[in-house]
Design a protein around this ligand. Sequence first.
Ligand code: NI
Length: 166
Amino acid sequence: MALLPILTYPDPALKQISQQVEQIDDALLNFIAELEATMRNGPGGVGIAAPQVGRFERIAIVDVSSKPKIKQHGRLVLINPEIHRWEGMKVGREGCMSVPDFTGNVIRAEQIALSYLDEQGQPQKLETSGYEARAIQHELDHLDGLLFLDRLVSRRNDLFKRKVYK
Ligand code: NI
């Protein structure tokens, strides 16, 4: 399976807004498989969004099942995702394959509800919270051209240089 090259900050393409997926066909499913392989190959790969590999369509993958003892829904392929409820706020540390040298503290909703299409094109709804909700919000930001760097309250206090990205 081909791994896809990841765009990294400050590549201006990461600011591009992605388009809705119009058709889920074999070519798209093949792309999703490559996107997932790229995520799983990456350090800390709990999520990825299509624009991170230069494909500007509204597709994200999240799988936080490698994190122990958290509520989660396993492998999620989110096509045309839409968050329609946000509750609570919490600060947490985030990293990103497109920002390999830094992590940052970002405020996210503690609980979210979203709708999306699955790989069969079926509409799905999901309510989630905590780390999984954070990962989904992070990945969906990529679809709107936003990085966690854009959400830091303070670059001086909330941005941290990584020593080793494993
Ligand atoms: Ni990211």
